[in-house]
Design a protein around this ligand. Sequence first.
Ligand code: PL3
Ligand code: FE2
Ligand code: FE2
Length: 231
Amino acid sequence: MPQFEASAAIDFHSEVYRDAYSRINAIVIEGEQKAHENYVRLADLLPDNKDQLVSLAKMENRHKKGFEACGRNLQVTPDLEFARQFFSQLHQNFQTAAAEGKIVTCLLIQALIIECFAIAAYNIYIPVADDFARKITEGVVKDEYSHLNFGEAWLKANFEASKAELEAANRQNLPIVWQMLNQVEADARILGMEKEALVEDFMIQYGEALSNIGFSNRDVMRLSAMGLAAA
Ligand code: PL3
Ligand code: FE2
Ligand code: FE2
């Protein structure tokens, strides 16, 4: 069967689509909520960048509202308990780092890893989304680049002093992302999103970010594939 026929066949109102959507929609709602809280926390930790971080935090609130509307539009109830579990490890690691004043680790988790994960997921979702969700997601993804850019710019300006902590935080947190992708793989496929495409897009975004911060090509390759073979 030609590819275009298969991809035109998504039934947004089917039971199976709405069931998968109840988890994916919850993940993005919870992800935006946690992102909001994390930028508020970062605004406390980085008083010099407070205004900018508060405005980034506000954007995450708008994103959350947008995705809540996407679920309502399909008459889906998001499975928020599933989503809390989904983010629990990254969330715990962010909280621990924040309590220890480890700003570099906090920025790596939120502004690099989570934002790159979101950008990859949203870019891949846009072509297979329903019309309502596509418009919302197109608006959201533009904002996510400004969150990623904040993290890149700060870490670039503090590169030498941050390098060792970035290495350690990457080693601790990137393998968690591959596990999260495995958990969402089956539901994402029902929405028309392939895991391989998500991994590829994530590695491109994350690799570019590491390179912009100042890592060599060799380091970028090593860091961005950390734990992938074991996943
Ligand atoms: C930060 O601004 C946003 C954090 C959200 C993280 C989202 C991760 C998404 C992974 C699930 C893949 C499916 C995406 C579908 C888009 C509706
Ligand atoms: Fe967001
Ligand atoms: Fe964001």
